[in-house]
Write a protein that binds this ligand. Sequence first.
Ligand SMILES: Nc1nc2c(ncn2[C@@H]2O[C@H](COP(=O)(O)OP(=O)(O)OP(=O)(O)O)[C@@H](O)[C@H]2O)c(=O)[nH]1
Length: 301
Amino acid sequence: MIRRDRDSTTTQRRTLHPAKVGDGHDESASLVVLQGQRLGQRVDVAAAPVTIGRAPECEFQIVDRSVSRQHARIWREPSGYRIKDLDSTNKTLLNDQPIIEAELKDGDHISIGACVLKFMDRSSVEARYHDEIYQLATMDPLTGLYNRRHFLELLDRELARSASHARPLALLIVDLDHFKSINDRHGHPAGDVVLRQVSAALDACMRDDAILARIGGEEFAAILPEHGIEAATEFARRLCGAVAALTLDAQAGTRRVTVSIGVANWRAGMALVGDLMRAADAQLYRAKQSGRNRVCSEAVS
Ligand SMILES: Nc1nc2c(ncn2[C@@H]2O[C@H](COP(=O)(O)OP(=O)(O)OP(=O)(O)O)[C@@H](O)[C@H]2O)c(=O)[nH]1
């Protein structure tokens, strides 16, 4: 399953698969971050123009002080791709030369503040190579979900977005109950089957704008944009029920598993990702202590 980000970059595919030749993406060009924030990330440039800048409404947002709120725009014309500087403070450089507007060619380097992007013809072998490397760096190979490091980067960005729009955001931490005993009794491969099936069940419940990741051995986390504590808690209860109702494959050694879930909401004053993670973790601890197979949240008991 591939889900597109609201800013049309590749980062919010909750589950990642390498782009295939001939899957329709080949027609668009792409930008890869070679240096700076969001290193390795690729963004497609297709029919719709892409604005690069610090502002949350930019299609490609780079949260860095050296980048103007609306720094540069790239778009496609019948003759090829073009780039225009949007009167940025630090200028847009194309292959180290400041530009106002210019044509883009395969392999061009674009400097946006402290960030360097490489422009590539989407059909090039190099673009696919970057895609593969990026996905290896951001995904968990067992489940196909995002890995912890990438999840924390996305949480950072989503928090900035929620703060700037004063919109709610919830974080769920989901932990399998008594998972060690499954490994001990049925072996590690059986535990892996459980992890894969549970991650697929969680993924199937997610809305398009949710971000799901495996952040530890038997621990998952989900970012729910636009969710207050009540809605997030209700959603977490549905997740809990979906996992409890799951009939696992015979290779899992056991037919049933349950999860405990901690829920926390982003609040003004919670500047750091760590604050929100700690708040959700404290609720997860409560859920484990009070019997497992349940949801605990900050405001709802
Ligand atoms: N099969 C498998 N097991 C893993 C993986 N990563 C971590 N684990 C195991 O996950 C288990 C986690 O055990 P604990 O932290 O004790 O948690 P638990 O048994 O689920 O207990 P509670 O969380 O308190 O309900 C350990 O046995 C780890 O070896 C993995 O990728 N595959």
